[in-house]
Design a protein around this ligand. Structure first.
Ligand SMILES: [Zn+2]
Length: 147
């Protein structure tokens, strides 16, 4: 489908350069604009955990793409199109419901169980070490007694 939107990345006169991101459209109410929300996993070294961070971006939604709420879209960075927009929707990849089952939940679960496994191992090790220390102390005490 052809459109005559000058801000369309395919039929207009804007150039996409910089970041290309993926996210879910949480709102497509404003005209030719979508709110794209991304979930990023950020590792926190202190806790050896991942934190889910949500980020919202406004992107131009050209008529030939016409992304709807719940769509998973690819957006590209471009020049500033308005006060809040410097991204444009490049294409719709799929819909939230179709992909949600297959994607990160499983990976996330695996990651957490792995991390937990590591932690459990660690505490086990610590416990045995402490036990060994205590035993040593006892031995030492006994020696002192016999002396
Ligand atoms: Zn177009």
């Amino acid at each position: 489908m052809q459109c005559n939107d000058p801000k369309c990345p395919h039929h207009g006169n804007i150039k996409v350069r910089g970041m290309i991101l993926r996210g879910v459209v949480t709102s497509a109410k404003p005209e030719k604009t979508v709110v794209v929300e991304r979930e990023i996993l950020i590792k926190i070294p202190k806790y050896e955990r991942y934190k889910k961070v949500r980020s919202k971006l406004y992107a131009h939604n050209p008529p030939c793409i016409n992304a709807k709420e719940g769509d998973i879209v690819e957006i590209g960075e471009t020049r500033r199109l308005s006060k809040t927009k410097s991204f444009v929707v490049l294409r719709v990849i799929g819909h939230k419901e179709e992909i949600e089952e297959a994607v990160p939940e499983e990976i996330l679960k695996e990651e957490t169980s792995k991390e937990e496994g590591k932690k459990a191992e660690k505490t086990k090790k610590e416990a045995t070490e402490e036990k060994a220390k205590k035993e040593k102390k006892l031995e030492g005490g006994k020696k002192n007694e016999s002396n």
